[in-house]
Design a protein around this ligand. Structure first.
Ligand code: HEC
Length: 181
């Protein structure tokens, strides 16, 4: 109990010191809901997820500035914002996902989650080397922009798998594909 309290005091002191020094405190709150991303960002790929129940379709968006300056096989620029917007898929009467002529799922307008990955200079500094994903932070929102108040630890852990692609599963391969090897 005492230990818990001390830890809390310590973290409060750290927070106050950081605020006074104008230093960003690591955490998902650094990532703001990117208002109007659907109209201002570039939608760069779509991923069907048959393993999900219900099946979903993911729309990926990247901010235009980052897309303009990103280089193939290079870490994404500071200020990159990638959005992953999950949609429920259209289902047949049997509850199977409906497919288009190319065998792809057909997304409904029903958005279930909005996941964001953003990198800014210095954002990763407070994380341990073990946890750190470069300068990336992760955030999870409801479609209306309300923040999901949960731990982002699993985001950091899983995206470690693609550390060699600047911690992105789809953005790095996309940049490489459109801008050359
Ligand atoms: C178990 C692994 C796993 C976890 C946990 C995970 N992701 Fe991902 N993430 C992926 C995969 C794989 C993709 C590529 C799309 C796909 O196949 O679903 C992805 C794609 C993304 C993208 C699109 C950019 C990119 O990297 O391709 C964003 C943004 C994203 N995830 C954010 C998050 C956030 C925020 C969390 C935590 C709330 C999170 N992810 C947790 C595996 C994971």
């Amino acid at each position: 109990m005492l230990r818990q309290k001390n830890r809390w005091r310590l973290s409060l002191a750290t927070t106050v010191t950081a605020l006074m020094a104008g230093i960003a405190i690591a955490g998902p709150e650094n990532v703001e809901f990117p208002e109007n991303y659907a109209s201002t960002f570039v939608r760069y790929t779509t991923v069907d997820k048959p393993d999900r129940d219900p099946p979903i379709v993911r729309f990926m968006y990247i901010n235009a500035d980052a897309l303009a300056t990103a280089q193939p096989n290079e870490p994404l620029p500071q200020g990159t914002i990638v959005v992953m917007e999950d949609h429920e898929a259209e289902l047949t009467d049997n509850g199977e996902p409906l497919r288009d002529a190319n065998g792809r799922f057909i997304p409904t307008d029903e958005i279930t989650n909005v996941f964001v990955q953003q990198k800014e200079q210095g954002w990763g500094e407070e994380y341990s080397e073990e946890k750190r994903n470069g300068e990336w932070e992760y955030a999870w929102f409801q479609p209306d922009g309300t923040r999901q108040d949960r731990s982002m630890d699993s985001c950091f852990e899983c995206h470690q798998q693609v550390a060699d692609q600047d911690f992105t599963f789809t953005a790095w391969p996309f940049i490489t594909r459109i801008k050359g090897e």
